[in-house]
Design a protein around this ligand. Structure first.
Ligand SMILES: [Zn+2]
Length: 325
């Protein structure tokens, strides 16, 4: 089988296709034939050598968001089952794992970072990380749930989102943003997207603002800011008194200013969010089956054209980049 490997000094020009042995049968693991993989900021940054903390092994197979077909029978999944991979490694025994927060497990990390990922013909994965899909689930949706979908779902859960609230979303046209709009809309939340792309309306946004066009007095119960510092002060300005700001990305920078007086007199909640747990992934799969979520595809590439896909990523054209095998 073939796998993409990256090693220092990193960068797409150092990606190599290697002929590897098929994964050995390990206790608790099953082999999955990779059908589709997402190319997300995490993969892009890892290949460019910007994610070195806990990166193992080196040389490394990148690829954290995978949809595939089970190749060997396990205890719960059988050959031919369509599955997605929960992209977190966890021990299952610490206080975080035992309280349903396996994504915070200090003895784990992001699958595809602390372990090899799935830019490969086959991967061997612990069965506890596999989620079965029904036959109707669209493959492009399937490969978008483990990271984009789950991050959005968990962020709304963290904010305590309930029907009737309003959401202002910075970073609406990304993979996470398009799911945040659809999930929030399906929950009865009024969605306002900050985006230069008018197509975000098709994903449930009832209002669209440009980056500098959010009206001065506009307030939302929940502000999702996945972009970091550039929009931090705007996020604080536009959150309603008693509202929540949820952050899960630092694409435009990681430092900002905060008026602490503003924070407490207006009872603003600032909430960090990362990934999501397996129960949320299961709930999200069920929700996607009922709601027929959509993804916007920027472009599809063969997995073997990973270098071209990496170059396309830099065009920042909104929508998903999907690798097919
Ligand atoms: Zn743990």
């Amino acid at each position: 089988m073939k796998s993409f490997m990256i090693s220092p000094p990193f960068g797409k020009d150092n990606l190599k296709i290697e002929e590897m042995d098929m994964p050995l049968k390990e206790e608790g693991n099953v082999t999955v034939r990779v059908r589709k993989a997402g190319l997300n900021p995490i993969d892009y940054n890892l290949i460019n050598g910007r994610i070195l903390y806990n990166l193992a092994p080196i040389p490394h197979v990148p690829g954290s968001e995978i949809y595939g077909i089970v190749e060997t029978d396990g205890k719960y999944v059988k050959t031919g089952d369509r599955v997605i991979i929960y992209p977190r490694v966890f021990d299952g025994t610490c206080e975080y794992c035992l309280s349903g927060r396996e994504y915070l497990c200090p003895h784990g990390g992001i699958w595809g970072v602390v372990t090899n990922g799935g830019y490969s013909d086959f991967v061997s994965v612990p069965e506890k990380q596999l989620f079965k899909l029904n036959q109707q689930m669209d493959e492009d949706i399937a490969v978008s749930l483990p990271i984009g979908g789950l991050t959005a779902y968990h962020a709304l859960q963290r904010a305590g989102a309930v029907p009737g609230q309003s959401l202002l979303l910075y970073g609406a046209s990304g993979n996470t943003g398009t799911f945040a709009m659809q999930i929030a809309d399906s929950m009865g939340i009024e969605v306002y997207a900050v985006s230069r792309n008018s197509w975000v309306r098709e994903f449930g946004a009832s209002g669209i603002f440009t980056h500098d066009g959010v009206p001065a007095g506009f307030k939302a119960d929940i502000v999702i800011n996945s972009l970091g510092s550039s929009f931090w002060e705007d996020s604080v300005r536009h959150v309603a008194n008693g509202g929540s700001i949820v952050s899960f990305g630092v694409q435009t920078g990681r430092e900002s200013r905060l008026d602490i007086g503003d924070l407490y007199t207006r009872e603003i909640r600032i909430i960090g969010s990362t990934g999501g747990n397996r129960k949320e992934l299961m709930d999200l799969i069920r929700l996607s089956e009922r709601k027929q979520f959509k993804v916007r595809i920027a472009k599809k590439f063969s997995l073997y054209d990973l270098k071209a896909a990496m170059a396309f990523f830099e065009t920042k054209i909104g929508g998903r980049i999907i690798l097919e095998n």
